[in-house]
Design a protein around this ligand. Structure first.
Ligand code: DGL
Length: 267
């Protein structure tokens, strides 16, 4: 048993989809969430920049004694996971959002054409392609960078005419024709899950990594006997820049009034 918090980070509100799945599955666990809003969007930054931000955030979480750190961001998972694993060493376990999804695809979607949408950083990294190829399960992966979606979601434009048009334009792209399932390769995208499912009239499985990642975290904590022993969990939300949308989204996901703490990442 271990009542230390679970550390979770993303560039902004996207990782809250993972945090809330973790809370649903493990309501006794405390969490520290870091939204690096000052550097959003990670998907448009260089690999070196995303690595530097990720190491800095991991440091904060290590100092706060997190028992596991979840990279709740595909862009950082594709660019900084290997580095963070090396950096954290034996101090703490690092979990990314890509491996749980790849495992799920390998079990449920063999011999199919699967689509992937994500940021430029994630799609251009080819990490999903490499990991899926290693499964040897005859899965064809068609990927498309959809860079307008993160700023659109961060600005609160979803379930609106404008988001509908942008989503439709991307999903009509030739690359994605004939897919049987679509991976939401960005943790912001579950917020537009329903609009994507509507586009496909529910004929394509729209796959979001939050639940599978939460399960992965649970299985790890259980196997290492690190699950919380109960008691009132605490939630700490740190941001590197204050934004209204972050506060509104944390309330949307966590129901109650949440206190956002401004954290000076670079001083
Ligand atoms: N939610 C993130 C991801 O999964 C970050 C997107 C961004 O900041 O560009 O990729």
């Amino acid at each position: 048993m271990n009542n230390a918090p679970i550390g979770i980070f993303d560039s902004g509100i996207g990782g809250l989809t993972v945090a809330s799945a973790i809370r649903r599955l493990m309501p006794d666990e405390s969490m520290i969430y870091f939204g690096d809003t000052a550097h959003l969007p990670y998907g448009e930054k260089s690999e070196a920049a995303v690595q530097a931000y990720s190491v800095k955030i991991a440091d904060v979480m290590l100092q706060k004694g997190c028992k596991v750190i979840v990279i709740a961001c595909n862009s950082a998972s594709s660019s900084a996971y290997e580095l963070l694993k090396e950096y954290a060493g034996r101090r703490t376990k690092i979990i990314n959002v890509i491996d749980p999804m790849v495992d799920f695809i390998g079990e449920q979607h063999q011999n199919e054409k699967i689509g992937l949408i994500g940021t430029r950083r994630t799609v251009n990294s080819n990490v999903y392609h490499q990991k899926i190829a290693r499964l040897h399960r005859n899965i064809e992966l068609a990927s498309l960078a959809t860079p307008l979606l993160v700023p659109m979601i961060e600005e609160g434009f979803f379930h609106q005419r404008i988001s509908h048009d942008i989503i439709e334009k991307y999903l009509e792209d030739e690359t994605l024709q004939g897919v049987r399932a679509l991976i939401l390769g960005c943790t912001h995208y579950p917020l537009i899950h329903d609009e994507i499912a509507d586009f496909y009239q529910n004929g394509v499985d729209v796959l979001d990594s939050s639940e599978v990642t939460a399960r992965y975290v649970h299985d790890y904590l259980k196997s290492e006997e690190l699950l919380s022993s109960g008691g009132e969990p605490t939630y700490e939300f740190l941001v590197s820049d204050y934004t209204d949308s972050f506060e509104a989204s944390t309330q949307l996901f966590f129901g109650e009034r949440v206190h956002l703490e401004y954290y000076r990442l670079w001083e």
